[in-house]
Design a protein around this ligand. Structure first.
Ligand SMILES: NC(=O)c1ccc[n+]([C@@H]2O[C@H](COP(=O)([O-])OP(=O)(O)OC[C@H]3O[C@@H](n4cnc5c(N)ncnc54)[C@H](O)[C@@H]3O)[C@@H](O)[C@H]2O)c1
Length: 347
């Protein structure tokens, strides 16, 4: 039986997402995503917000991330399994959906593994634009796995980064990232230690994966005036920074009820002061206020960023061939005759 128009939902596969990114250009798309995310941070009050629904196991986590702005509803399915790369699998994979609040009908289904890497990087750079010291042009990139090139390119496209200093405990990962970033316009320096990667860096990104309270940065490694973009601590029991660094930093978060469970600040008292980023974006809370201040983006990834990314993708699709019409919704001639539709499909 041929599905009707009403049954069809645009589906963006990984292949189509990659073609879309190439058509737009990686850096141009990172800028576009950052604009959509920033626009949604400005209208933060409008959104339904809830900490993500996480299902933990000894080896990882599977999460659902829902939100709505009253017109569109969105959610992302995402996992985090640090052991996966040893088995030839990704640490993070994802897909997501947008739906019309008016009808409840899905309007877009999309791969979100590529898109999560893009949106996480776009969010980091959008935040660094507000918090990093003026003229910051050098970043230490600690953890050179799947997210690292995206993080580096977003900082170049949105914050004017010129040099990235790479470090990973696995030199193969560093070689891979250096190879992938060659010809990007960034000066790429490979480093033998985290300390070395931080020499001359005004932005420090930690993006490692390990299911433990790790200490990627110790207190004595972090000098005054830097911006820390902490990506990898995003689960209960999974952090990257020594608590002393948190006590010296002004901490900026996406959504406190989620970050207090998942972020670096799970190591602090439940009432430790933090600033919500949406308030910095809309000008109701200060961002960087001094040259010696350490700003810390305690990133965990919030549903609104995925919603913005899906919205962006949806707006780019018309006029392209980068989606499949997916027969996702049953559409009987008489909406109440679902069973009749099943019977007729047998003949
Ligand atoms: N905050 C967010 O929005 C967000 C979004 C996506 C991913 N993440 C998190 O970011 C982290 C990185 O994700 P990925 O997909 O790049 O993972 P990945 O497994 O591909 O890469 C992680 C890298 O970290 C390295 N590493 C581990 N311990 C290290 C250490 N002590 N020092 C230096 N390097 C070390 C590993 O060798 C590996 O190359 C994960 O923890 C993931 O959960 C956060």
């Amino acid at each position: 039986m041929k599905p009707s128009e009403k049954a069809l939902v645009p589906f963006v596969s990984v292949d189509h997402m990659m073609q879309l990114i190439h058509r737009i250009g990686v850096e141009e798309m990172l800028r576009g995503l950052a604009e959509y995310i920033e626009a949604d941070f400005r209208r933060w009050d409008l959104f339904d917000k809830t900490p993500r629904v996480a299902s933990h196991s000894d080896v990882g986590v599977i999460e659902l991330m829902p939100t709505s702005d009253g017109e569109l509803y969105g959610f992302k399915y995402v996992n985090g399994h640090p052991k996966n790369t040893r088995e030839g699998l990704q640490t993070v994979t994802a897909f997501g959906l947008l739906a019309s609040v008016e009808t409840g009908y899905p309007v877009l289904l999309s791969e979100m593994t590529m898109l999560t890497a893009m949106r996480t990087a776009a969010t980091s750079a959008m935040v660094a634009k507000h918090l990093a010291p003026k003229g910051a042009d050098t970043m230490a990139m600690i953890g050179n796995g799947a997210q690292s090139e995206f993080q580096s390119l977003a900082m170049k496209a949105i914050c004017g980064l010129k040099t990235v200093r790479l470090y990973d405990t696995d030199p193969q990962a560093t070689r891979k990232a250096a190879r992938n970033l060659a010809g990007s316009g960034l000066e790429v320096v490979t480093c033998a230690s985290a300390e070395e990667s931080m020499e001359g860096a005004q932005i420090i990104t930690t993006c490692t994966a390990d299911k433990q309270y790790a200490t990627i940065l110790t207190d004595n490694m972090v000098g005054a005036g830097v911006h820390i973009n902490a990506i990898g601590g995003d689960c209960p029991g999974k952090t990257e920074l020594a608590p002393a660094i948190l006590h010296r930093s002004d901490i900026f978060v996406e959504y406190p009820p989620q970050t207090r469970i998942e972020g670096e600040i799970q190591q602090l008292e439940a009432d430790h002061p933090v600033t919500e980023l949406w308030q910095v974006v809309n000008g109701t809370a200060p961002g960087r206020t001094g040259d010696r201040q350490i700003t810390l983006f305690d990133s965990v990834g919030f549903a609104i960023e995925d919603f913005s990314a899906l919205r962006y993708v949806r707006d780019q699709l018309p006029g392209t061939e980068f989606y499949h019409p997916l027969d996702l919704l049953a559409d009987p001639d008489d909406p109440r005759d679902l069973f009749g539709m099943l019977q007729r499909s047998a003949s």
